[in-house]
Design a protein around this ligand. Structure first.
Ligand code: ATP
Ligand code: MG
Length: 424
């Protein structure tokens, strides 16, 4: 070896690769790979990657970022084969998806891709994805990192009952921040606590279908379990046991299916997936509370048709009024079951606020709806309870909002009794 060669620094080993049709279409990925991996990465085309995976050097790869756009959907078979080979070789796959249809994404995730990030890449997202896959690869026990045993208990497989006929109650904020999650979490908790010393309370589950920004896990301080993502990416093979196992229990009483850790496209789930999730939930619980995304999706109608009552949360403002109007128009044009709708006005004016009361009346009249449920403003304690991950019944039992939700829970329980009476 010449002395010059000895002075040359050791080349950085390549431990990551981008794989794409043409990496120059993914400028931000190049920048982010440089930030996260320095010189330790290379770029390959789909064809190059097939060859490279057969070479011993590829054993050093920690992960590959497969970047796909609409045009590369034509090469889906090649891409799918790459994902499968990477999985066999224990190389983690991060999908970087630009205008890719949800079904393609779904397929690749099912084949074993570990994570996906939309393109343009959100700031810091590649770094976060790499950290996640490293945590999975190097954690002595995957569950030890994600699950805190003192608060969470894996539901035992013998628990799925499969013989219930649950009442489905979705909650849909018709504008962002109207309080849908606060309402869903606390209604579920009040129902779960409605048993007495003599009688066990109803079996209640809370499902966060706000797949991208779901905050049920935050409001109950629960971890987002890995198997939620696995469950949602392959609902076809879900059964009562896998459904129950993806849930975490809050304080022994409330079963919660949190939103997954990954931000998934809302149309990753289709109508048949949702039908299966609802059927499974219904057959295992007395009450199924669902936190819906604000956005309308192709399965909103499925939930509307399957539910018993559908709570639409609004605030007393123009934004909510306009969205409520558009929602009602849609209900009429699609012949959806408007009789199931229950409008819930959050932060409703106090009894003594005559001016506010008049505004509510005018809003209801102009929308031609009944606003049957009015939830008071509970002030700062509501935000604090959410931030601390504790239901209002524990954090602020005397709060006016908590009392109103408790009242509603009693009415909902009566609904259950009357349904049972009709069935007998
Ligand atoms: N009745 C209320 N009184 C006081 N604060 C409230 C009330 N309802 C909700 N909040 C607060 O408003 C904020 C938004 O509530 P929440 O997250 O429940 O709304 P959301 O409709 O689920 O929002 P997103 O659109 O983000 O899903 C939270 O900080 C919550 O604590
Ligand atoms: Mg919410």
């Amino acid at each position: 070896m010449s002395s010059n060669a000895m002075l040359e620094p050791e080349p950085t080993p390549i431990v990551a690769c981008t794989i794409s049709r043409d990496v120059s279409n993914f400028d931000m990925l190049i920048e982010d790979m440089e930030t996260v991996m320095g010189n330790g990465w290379g770029d390959l085309t789909f064809a190059d990657a097939q060859v490279y995976f057969n070479q011993p050097d590829s054993d050093l790869l920690e992960f590959v970022a497969i970047a796909i756009d609409h045009a590369s959907e034509n090469e889906l078979a090649t891409i799918a084969a790459l994902v499968s080979t990477a999985k066999e070789k224990d190389i983690k796959v991060i999908l970087v998806a630009k205008d890719v249809s949800p079904s393609v994404l779904h397929q690749l995730l099912r084949l074993g891709a570990a994570d996906f990030i939309p393109y343009p890449l959100p700031n810091g997202e590649l770094k976060a994805a790499v950290e996640r896959i490293r945590a999975l690869a190097y954690a002595p026990s995957r569950t030890a990192i994600q699950v805190q045993p003192e608060t969470i208990e894996t539901v035992q497989p013998q628990q799925p009952q499969g013989s219930y006929a649950g009442i489905i109650l979705p909650i849909h904020g018709l504008a962002g921040g109207t309080g849908a999650t606060t309402f869903a979490v606390n209604l579920a908790w009040e129902l779960a606590n409605s048993g007495s010393k003599q009688e066990e309370g109803p079996r209640v589950c809370l499902i966060d279908l706000d797949l991208q920004f779901g905050s049920v896990s935050t409001y109950l301080d629960l971890p987002r379990r890995d198997n939620v993502f696995a469950l949602l990416s392959d609902v076809d093979t879900m059964d009562s046991a896998s459904f129950m196992q993806a849930m975490v229990k809050y304080e022994e009483k409330l079963h919660v299916l949190t939103a997954p850790f990954e931000m998934l496209p809302l149309d990753m789930l289709d109508v048949s997936d949702i039908t299966r999730i609802l059927d499974t939930a219904k057959s295992n619980f007395d009450f199924v509370i669902i936190d819906m995304p604000s956005t309308l999706v192709n399965w909103t109608e499925t939930v509307l048709n399957a539910c018993n009552l559908y709570f639409a949360m609004i605030d007393l403002d123009m934004r909510s009024a306009q969205n409520a109007m558009r929602f009602m128009r849609l209900m009429a044009s699609e012949e959806l079951p408007a009789e199931k709708l229950r409008f819930a006005l959050n932060r409703a004016p106090k009894f003594t606020d005559m001016n506010g009361k008049n505004r509510v009346k005018r809003m209801a009249e102009s929308l031609e709806i009944a606003i049957e449920l009015q939830l008071p403003d509970g002030g700062k304690p509501i935000l604090q309870a959410g931030d601390n991950g504790v239901p209002l019944a524990i954090a602020a039992p005397k709060n006016l909002l908590r009392k109103e939700i408790l009242n509603l829970a009693s009415s909902v329980l009566e609904l259950k009794s009357s349904k049972q009476a009709v069935q007998q």
